[in-house]
Design a protein around this ligand. Sequence first.
Ligand code: CO
Length: 221
Amino acid sequence: MQSYDELFENNRAWAENIRRADPTYFERRVAGQEPHFLFIGCCDSRVPTEMLTGSKPGEMFTHRNIANQAHPNDLSMLSALEYAVEFLDVKHVLICGHYGCGGVKAAMMPPKHGVVDHWLHVVRDVYRWHMAELEQLADDAARLHRLVELNVVEQIFQLSRTPIVQRAWARGRRPILHGLVYDLHDGLLKELVSGIDGEDKARELRAQVTGPTSAEKPRHQ
Ligand code: CO
């Protein structure tokens, strides 16, 4: 799709199709949303959240940013997280990266991309913390592939440390955190970490993100 007008034509056809199959569908949506999932993904247009998970409107609360990050000082992400956890009571929080991520790739290059270089500082840290493993890989493509995965796991760890998730866990084992990666080559999701539903599991995860270069990461100790 390239034309702006086409966007509206497609929209009208989509709404008409749904109305024909289910005449009260939209009316029922007006009443409210009860999603079971918060999806935190990359902005990349090749990762169509609803399409790839078969979700319908109302089923997936979504937040996107470059390189699918959960910065502990990002008010936009934290607001979405708090609303999803406190008010929508979502059962699952997903962080979904994707192979070939341009944001993660930019973090492997010298910082000359503009504002996004500031945004990517945690991804650069992830590279530094796992440098021993990454530098052993054959080439930059292999390093990017692995850094995409390491970044997802780190972001799940960051999420587990937020007061929002900590407060929710103090009340019970909800939400459950999952770290996924989407493969552009075959359209499939792969699970990297899953079932993080409390402080005990978060501690196990901490051992994973700490890795062999733990001495360089005082904030994880
Ligand atoms: Co991306």
